[in-house]
Design a protein around this ligand. Structure first.
Ligand code: B12
Ligand code: SF4
Length: 477
């Protein structure tokens, strides 16, 4: 059979990381690996090359199409499937990924036949097998939603796995054509590796813990080591929610990499308390090559921090910042921007960063209620829009105390300060860096983001919109 996998692009209203990072679609490489032994599998990455779907459909008629989606891709994913329907009317259209798992009703569209909930490798292989056998009843497959004459039908639950060890290695040959266009800020030779998924902490705004049903789901260090060992790329992005959730596992992996003399640089997401409780593991990883850790510090005062459900404290945050500084590991600190923020709140965060030189980068994230989260359930009746393109962690979706235009400008001001500081600290102003291909790409990316923030207030109405006609909510199992 012919199987086409699609990585949809971000739409025009989505702001953010796409201008400074583009990473391989790891989820599609994994589900592709589960079927590529038996089928002709192709992948188009529309974030890297938007024209590739039309070109591919001219030469390749898929029997099954699989598309991935985060929340910002709902519209572009459905648009892509509509295009596939026209070129290959009998093709079976399957949607999977983070957002379809949390909010399958967003994909209740005639262009979608099946929605896969949660981890997709086995479900997708079973769907393809059923299709190959000429059967058209998919309801015996667990963990999916199937379009029927009476709407979407939820099949038996497929429990989240206890670990990821039975998943294949991602089939990176599927993205061979695009690999040169993947990057992360100034890093050009980059690969995405998943060492785990999920998280057990109760942060009220986080959809990752909802996806994993509150579990941390690890992959054994031996398998991760085997994967990294065979990668050519210099910079590895750990696509986990909290890589250091189980520090022992990371200690074993770190020791294996060190012993084998594998020298690469790594990016990971981590929590402040894991740094404070396991400085030795982070010290080991400093030797292994951990160069950047993204830590959601979230807030600089105790009351706001407590409200997030993060189960951390400002003292723990401070200690973590200090430890990373001592270890020489770059810290990218995440701060939530709440709807009642005033200029003083921004000034205080700027000052906090200024006083802590070990903060290398910062992300300022308007508090964003993703469907499925506690925060969403609390705020859903007051959200200003259901346009999923702006659920990008960059737009204000709740009514704000100050005009949003002013808040975006203050975010820009804070970003300017922190970026200038990083440029000075890493001496990125040197002409050979600034004028290099990646230096120019980042400058253009930052300029694009700047323009997008200046116009961001136009993307979200100031008053609550009437919700579009959606199917009733279906709870993900
Ligand atoms: C690494 C990462 C990034 C990287 C790159 C991601 C990428 N490859 O494109 C960077 C830093 C660039 C990034 C950018 C963004 N990200 Co991001 N990112 C992540 C992170 C931490 C891991 C993603 C990942 O690679 N996971 C590993 C793969 C293997 O998992 P997976 O995709 O879920 O795939 C499995 C299943 O979902 C399923 N599956 C997936 N696709 C399909 C398709 C089919 C057909 C089937 C059957 C199954 C299936 O099977 C797979 C294997 O089991 C997630 C957190 C998370 N837990 O997902 C956030 C996350 C996905 N990002 C998020 C957001 C908002 C963004 C941005 C919009 C932010 C911004 N403003 O720029 C952009 C969007 C960029 C884009 N992709 O176009 C949100 C999405 C929220 C939501 N509810 O959808 C998340 C969940 C983080 C969060 N909660 O805050 N991100
Ligand atoms: S610690 Fe991080 S990954 Fe875990 S629930 Fe909180 S925000 Fe999500």
């Amino acid at each position: 059979m012919n199987i086409l996998l699609i990585n949809p692009p971000c739409g025009p209203r989505t702001i953010g990381l796409r201008n400074i990072a583009r990473i391989e679609p790891l989820g599609l490489e994994l589900i592709g690996a589960g079927v590529s032994q038996d089928h002709d599998v192709r992948l188009v990455d529309l974030e890297a090359a938007p024209e590739d779907l039309t070109k591919m459909l001219d030469v390749f008629r898929p029997d099954v199409v699989g598309i991935t989606s985060e929340i910002v891709h709902v519209e572009t994913a459905i648009d892509a499937l509509r295009e596939v329907r026209v070129a290959a009317p009998g093709c079976l259209a399957v949607v999977g990924g983070h957002h379809p798992t949390l909010c399958p009703q967003d994909f209740d569209d005639p262009s979608v036949d099946i929605i896969v909930l949660g981890e997709g490798v086995h479900s997708f292989a079973e769907i393809c097998r059923t299709r190959e056998q000429g059967r058209d009843d998919y309801t015996a497959i667990a963990g999916i939603m199937v379009r029927t004459d009476n709407g979407l039908k939820l099949t038996a639950a497929r429990p989240m796995p206890a670990n990821l060890d039975d998943q294949p290695l991602p089939d990176r040959s599927l993205t061979a054509k695009y690999r040169d266009s993947y990057f992360y800020i100034l890093e050009d030779s980059i690969a995405a590796v998943r060492t785990s998924t999920g998280c057990s902490f109760p942060c009220i705004f986080c959809s990752c813990r909802v996806y994993s049903q509150g579990k941390f789901i690890p992959r054994s260090p031996e398998l991760v080591f085997e994967e990294i060992k065979n990668l050519d790329e210099d910079f590895i992005m750990f696509c986990d929610d909290h890589s250091f959730h189980d520090p022992e596992r990371m200690r074993i992996l770190g020791e294996m990499l060190l012993e084998a003399g594998i020298r690469k640089r790594y990016f990971a997401y981590g929590r402040a308390d894991s740094i404070v409780e396991n400085p030795d593991v982070y010290a080991l990883w400093a030797k292994v090559g951990l160069s950047l850790v993204m830590v959601g510090l979230e807030a600089i005062d105790e009351v706001s921090l407590k409200r997030t459900g993060k189960r951390s404290s400002t003292a723990v945050n401070d200690e973590a910042v200090e430890i990373l500084g001592e270890l020489g590991i770059g810290l990218s600190a995440g701060f939530l921007i709440e709807p009642d923020f005033s200029p003083e709140n921004f000034d205080r965060i700027d000052q906090y960063i200024k006083e802590r030189p070990s903060i290398l980068l910062a992300e300022f994230t308007p508090l964003t209620p993703f469907p499925g989260t506690v925060l969403y359930n609390k705020t859903k009746d007051t959200l200003l829009t259901e346009d999923r393109q702006v659920y990008d962690l960059q737009h204000f979706l709740m009514a704000t105390k100050l005009p949003p235009q002013q808040l975006y400008r203050m975010m820009l001001r804070s970003y300017r300060k922190v970026i200038l500081r990083m440029i000075m600290k890493l001496r990125l102003w040197r002409p050979h860096v600034l004028l290099s291909h990646s230096g120019r790409r980042v400058l253009v990316g930052l300029f694009r983001n700047h323009l997008a923030f200046l116009n961001a207030h136009r993307d979200v109405p100031q008053q609550r919109e009437e919700a579009p006609d959606r199917a009733p909510e279906v709870a993900a199992p």
